[in-house]
Design a binder for this molecule. Structure first.
Ligand SMILES: [Zn+2]
Length: 460
């Protein structure tokens, strides 16, 4: 799929200063705001420099808005005239992931060069996600500099550590909660565009992330006395672990068709030209079990309806074939569906593993809340995206990666994850967290049009 053939209405906002929008992203990329788990490695003065630049580049926002730093995160509030409208919040993060040591030489343009060459802006953060950060500021600045007046209050929120611990977004959300702010919608990075093949639908599908699955690592440990393998009376720790793992894998938790999936089926029905879904969606309610079966059978869809179970690690095996192992451990990774709690999952696994196996979580996070899509925020985003990307049908969906957006779910029932920067799939796949990260000027500017239009439609 050539993504650019799906672009529409690129002539709009022709007075947008594209050169300065490109220059600002390029300069932001040059400021190395890499996140590390080891905070001693983080270059905090670089964040200060980015903050100074942003204040310099966006005079209208700084004049009309309140700029605030919470730790190294940024929260900007631009007051709207109608207090009956709940505020909207546009977000992104300032930090980027490290460049893998030894790969620097593979970059055609340095990861922190910010070079503008061959129609691209090059460097770490151009896709994830300084593009969105700068574009949100460019969009708001464009509107305010044109004398447009906000009816709805708008927040711009940029965490400093999304790629590691996400405390920035948590602190911003806590601050807003203290101020008793309730948001109409949140727009964050995420989402994806792919084909509708899995549903037998003859269209490209844009998935707007409305929730995120949870994540848990369960450690199983088993003991056995070791010794010579000629008398394995009562079995070995390896055998016990293998049985426990098999029992857990063979007993998946409940399958539930999420509301987002039902809505996706409803939206895609007119595009379904063949296959089992076309039959089943004639009566989605009556055929729900059949639809669940179809999801389960499809490699791209099955993870949406249940908690996935993936045994990933095992250690402590014996070094010789005739020696029995002693202490052994295994790890099973789960991605929790919204219907499952971590406590329920642990109880389920302990029962299956039996008394001789110790089972405990190393880490466990439940799924985020499922955002509502019967909302002004979702309908507006769908409408704006369809205007700029023809022949893509936009649907509510699960987001496959974790984002900062979930930090806001206590004060917002419509947290949407969709970065409107649609880049060619090979460039995206290689660049995000990888080598030669770059964004075409074309994709970047089209994303800015989406954001200006979204702000115009919902906030003016
Ligand atoms: Zn990101």
């Amino acid at each position: 799929m050539d993504i650019y053939t799906l672009y529409r209405n690129e002539h709009e906002y022709d007075d947008l200063n594209a050169d300065s929008a490109v220059r600002h992203l390029s300069e932001a990329v040059r400021i190395n705001t890499t996140s590390y788990m080891d905070t001693a490695k983080i270059d905090y003065p670089a964040f200060d420099e980015l903050h100074r630049k942003l204040q310099e580049w966006y005079p209208a926002i700084m004049k009309q808005g309140e700029y605030r730093e919470i730790d190294y995160s940024i929260l900007i509030r631009i007051q709207g005239s109608d207090p009956s409208l709940k505020p909207a919040l546009f977000m992104a993060h300032q930090d980027v992931v490290p460049v893998v040591q030894g790969t620097e030489k593979d970059w055609l343009h340095g990861p922190f060069s910010g070079d503008v060459a061959d129609g691209y802006i090059w460097g770490r953060g151009t896709l994830d996600i300084k593009n969105m950060l700068i574009a949100e500021l460019e969009s708001m600045e464009y509107l305010l500099a044109h004398g447009r007046k906000l009816r709805r209050t708008v927040y711009l929120a940029f965490g400093q550590d999304e790629e590691t611990v996400g405390t920035g977004a948590i602190q911003i959300a806590r601050y807003l909660k203290e101020q008793q702010v309730e948001l109409e919608y949140v727009l964050d990075e995420g989402g994806r565009v792919g084909s509708g093949d899995a549903f037998g639908a003859d269209t490209a599908v844009g998935s707007i992330g409305m929730y995120e699955k949870g994540y848990a690592d369960l450690k199983l440990s088993a003991e056995s006395r070791g010794g010579h393998s000629s008398n394995p009376f009562n079995g070995t720790s390896l055998g016990a672990l293998a049985k426990a793992i098999a029992a857990i894998v063979d007993h998946p938790l409940e399958n539930v068709l999420p509301e987002c999936a039902k809505e996706t089926l409803r939206i895609l029905t007119p595009y379904m030209h063949e296959g089992p879904f076309k039959e089943a969606v004639r009566d989605t309610e009556a055929n729900e079990q059949e639809i669940i079966r179809l999801f389960l059978a499809h490699p791209d869809l099955n993870s949406q309806i249940h908690t996935t179970i993936a045994p990933t690690m095992i250690s402590g095996g014996s070094q010789a074939g005739n020696v029995m192992p002693q202490h052994m451990e295994a790890v099973i990774n789960f991605r929790l569906a919204p219907q499952d709690t971590d406590a329920g999952l642990l109880e389920h696994c302990r029962k299956l593993a039996g008394d001789d196996i110790k089972a405990e979580f190393i880490v466990a996070n439940e799924a985020s809340r499922q955002s509502r899509f019967d909302t002004e925020g979702f309908r507006s985003l769908q409408q704006v995206l369809s205007h700029y990307f023809g022949d893509i049908v936009f649907v509510p969906s699960v987001n496959t990666t974790a984002t900062d957006a979930r930090s806001y779910e206590e004060i917002c029932d419509c947290c949407m994850r969709f970065g409107p920067f649609l880049e060619q799939e090979d460039i995206r796949a290689a660049g995000v967290h990888g080598t030669n990260e770059r964004i075409s000027v074309r994709a970047y500017l089209q994303g800015i049009r989406v954001l200006i239009s979204m702000m115009e439609l919902t906030c003016l």
